[in-house]
Design a protein around this ligand. Structure first.
Ligand code: 13P
Length: 248
């Protein structure tokens, strides 16, 4: 399975900073053909990013979208608008959207379905909080998020990201064992929804991924890529992540 490594820039980078990043990054990765490299800038920089990655092997993603096609929804962005801006993917259900913008599983599910209907690949995020992990509820939370978020969703053009909330932006990465355990559980839950097709869905790990820990995380059997926040903001650092050392 081809690895999928995505940069989630969150609320960082102006248009000129985006251009500067890509001028450095695109030449660095031009010979990497065996990994899907994806960058999700903020909405305001999508167009500049699309210009900067034109003709390259790097794909554009959005960080969010609304599920309606058009209309009176002040401040929102429709799936077709993202396609028009050059996006191939969209991140949906990130824990920051769930936490700060009160997105629940119903909202997340509507967004995933709308993305697929429009022809965008969904990067669908799940993950437990520290309290939930410490209370022994990790699997229960993940199963519920996966099953509700993916109700009536096709396994085609779908990527799942496991991002333990306690590992995001904290410098505390899940151990390889913790990541593999949850990824295998997600795979099993996907098999309940999609049977054999579950093996074709890439499951990304996210949460304090760095050039230092990426090799061992990517070596875990059910880890098929990464969703990277802080360490994707500098070209050198994100380049080191996408050129991680593969096991023979
Ligand atoms: P960090 O890599 O900064 O921990 O962020 C992870 C994340 O939330 C990516 O979506």
């Amino acid at each position: 399975m081809k690895y999928f490594i995505a940069a989630n820039w969150k609320m960082n980078k102006t248009i000129s900073e985006t251009r500067e990043f890509l001028e450095g990054f695109i030449p660095m990765v031009k010979d990497i053909t065996d990994i899907d490299i994806v960058i999700a800038p903020p909405f305001t920089a999508l167009s500049a990013a699309q210009d900067g990655m034109k003709g390259s092997n790097v794909l554009l993603s959005s960080q969010d979208m609304f599920w309606e096609e058009k209309g009176a929804y002040t401040g929102e962005v429709a799936p077709a608008m993202l396609l028009d801006a050059g996006c191939r993917h969209v991140i949906i259900g990130h824990s920051e959207r769930r936490q700060y913008f009160h997105e629940d599983d119903t909202v997340v599910n509507r967004k995933v379905r709308a993305a697929q209907k429009a022809g965008l690949g969904a990067i669908f995020c799940v993950g437990e909080s520290l309290d939930e992990r410490e209370a022994g509820k990790t699997f229960e939370v993940i199963k519920s998020e996966v099953e509700q978020g993916l109700a009536e969703v096709s396994p085609d053009n779908l990527v799942v990201a496991y991002e333990p909330i306690w590992a995001i932006g904290t410098g505390k990465t899940a151990s390889n064992e913790q990541a593999q355990e949850v990824h295998a559980f997600i795979r099993k839950t996907l098999a309940g929804l999609y049977s054999g097709k579950a093996d074709t869905i890439r499951i990304l790990y996210g949460g304090s991924v760095t050039p230092e820990n990426v090799d061992s995380l990517m070596a875990c059997h059910d880890v098929n890529g990464a969703l990277v926040g802080g360490a994707s903001l500098k070209p050198e650092s994100f380049y080191k992540i996408v050129s991680f050392k593969k096991e023979n």
